[in-house]
Design a protein around this ligand. Structure first.
Ligand code: GLU
Length: 473
């Protein structure tokens, strides 16, 4: 069997990080199996259409390196496939259901349905259609259809349980009594998600549905549709929810949930993919850094976990930092430059400053703050730092350093390293005691970008001036 997976977003705004994870899992599984990964835009709900949402979605996928394929039999039409352009396919399908009486026209007005819902709520019953039009005669249904607006509903079984197997959840059982007679076609002639989704998954030869857990309760309706049409349903894997650290559902209120926000904030696409891939799937080994190629190889659909996965921003930041540190320098400089303030942008030594902060940032957005020490004279050090400058060894280190500095025409990161090695060998002073006073004297801070690059950036004259300033205090 040739695997076909799909990502089927509704273009209703931004791309939630959970949606991106869904796309990623579908992509990883298809690539791993040598199958196809198709992109289908589920845009039949005209009311929820948001301008620019599709463009936004496509550009996020592109930036995150997720490419999609043409579906089986559609080799010259790569997609994305828009449901709004396939309305006739759904109408034909629903006609078939009507003819077999697996679906029926429902003439109930919005007011009646509203009334029904209110009564059910008052009685603490779950809102559901009461089936008034379910058994209308063909004749009455045809007659009223000429004059009245109607929707088309699926006739779902009333008794027993729907039992199915989910790759993640195992055997699932849902009572048919909990399943409503789902509207398949609205009065405007547009299909609902449920109809269009099932019809497309069938005709697009989808073999595996991988999607968020929120769709699990819809599975009985879908399986019933497959049965009515006489089609074989695909296999299904419902992914666990993404959670906030307090284990509530990941929501906008507590931080960014749109993948675009993370891209805008300078997160590395590879890090985002790596991080999201591990939210809900456990590779079963210690390593946490995976390139896309490695993810494709390691991904195991049978190891997707059931429990909600906590979106831990600190972990993402850590991972992103790993990706920045190991980033090839050319790419790093190109990305990092975009975050430099106007005041430093044209500085001839900006690259040195950027190399200095490469190991000190977790996201590109931290760059302006970390570059502060290159823009301004060092702040006066805080008490703990000042105390470190009082140590007896400091004068010795600074004097030695200044002596060595005199011997070179100019200083760069490599020369700085040599000088430090020499001082260490000569004086026996090492580690924090050797490095920290220099850092404090040069930057006013105890932590920060790489000292070698800072010194290279400051140059011989400025470095020597700052150190002398401390010696003469
Ligand atoms: N259009 C649905 C969504 O926006 C797709 C769900 C599915 O994958 O079946 O999530």
């Amino acid at each position: 069997m040739r695997v076909v997976t799909r990502f089927a977003p509704s273009p209703t705004g931004f791309v939630h990080v959970g949606s991106h994870r869904t796309a990623l899992y579908n992509y990883l599984f298809a690539r791993q199996q040598g199958g196809k990964f198709i992109l289908r835009i589920e845009d039949t709900d005209q009311k929820r259409y948001v301008k620019g949402a599709v463009e936004n979605l496509l550009s996020s996928l592109r930036r995150l390196g997720i490419d999609y394929d043409a579906g089986p039999g559609k080799e010259d039409e790569k997609g994305p496939y828009f449901q709004s352009r396939r309305i006739t396919v759904y109408r034909k399908a629903v006609d078939q259901l009507l003819q077999k009486r697996d679906a029926y026209r429902c003439f109930c007005t919005t007011e009646r349905l509203e009334e029904l819902r209110k009564n059910q709520m008052a009685q603490k019953l779950p809102p559901a259609y009461d089936g008034r039009c379910r058994e209308l005669s063909q004749e009455e249904s045809d007659r009223r259809a000429r004059q009245e607006a109607f929707v088309i509903r699926l006739k779902t079984p009333r008794e027993g349980n729907c039992v199915f197997r989910d790759i993640v959840r195992g055997d699932v059982e849902i009572a048919w009594s909990q399943i409503d007679d789902q509207v398949l076609m609205k009065s405007d002639g547009f299909p609902t998600y449920h109809l269009a989704n099932v019809v497309d998954d069938h005709f697009m030869e989808v073999t595996h549905i991988i999607r968020g857990e929120e769709w699990l309760p819809s599975v009985p309706k879908h399986l019933h549709l497959y049965r009515c049409f006489g089609w074989n349903p695909p296999q299904m894997a419902h992914l666990p929810l993404l959670l906030n650290p307090d284990r509530s559902k990941l929501s906008k209120r507590q931080g960014d949930v749109a993948i675009e926000d993370y891209l805008k904030k300078g997160y590395v696409p590879e890090a985002l993919n790596n991080f999201l891939a591990l939210l809900g799937w456990n590779p079963g080994e210690k390593n946490e850094i995976y390139s896309m190629e490695e993810l494709i190889r390691a991904f195991d659909i049978n190891r997707i976990v059931k429990a909600g996965a906590v979106f831990d921003l600190q972990k993402l930041n850590w991972m992103n930092g790993q990706y920045i540190r190991s980033m090839e320098n050319g790419r790093y400089l190109k990305e990092a430059r975009q975050w430099v303030d106007a005041g430093l942008r044209d500085n001839p030594k900006i690259e040195t400053a950027l190399f200095a902060v490469k190991t000190a940032v977790n996201t590109f957005a931290e760059i302006p703050e970390k570059l502060r020490i290159f823009r301004e004279a060092p702040r006066s050090a805080d008490e703990e730092a000042r105390k470190m400058l009082e140590d007896a060894s400091v004068a010795q280190v600074f004097t030695e350093f200044l002596l060595e500095l005199e011997k070179v025409p100019e200083i760069d990161e490599a020369i700085f390293k040599c000088i430090m090695k020499k001082i260490q060998e000569k004086s026996g002073i090492k580690g924090k005691q050797l490095w920290m006073p220099l850092r404090i004297a040069l930057t006013g801070e105890m932590h920060g970008p790489e000292l070698g690059y800072i010194v290279e950036y400051l140059g011989k004259a400025e470095t020597s001036e700052r150190l002398k300033g401390h010696l003469n205090k």
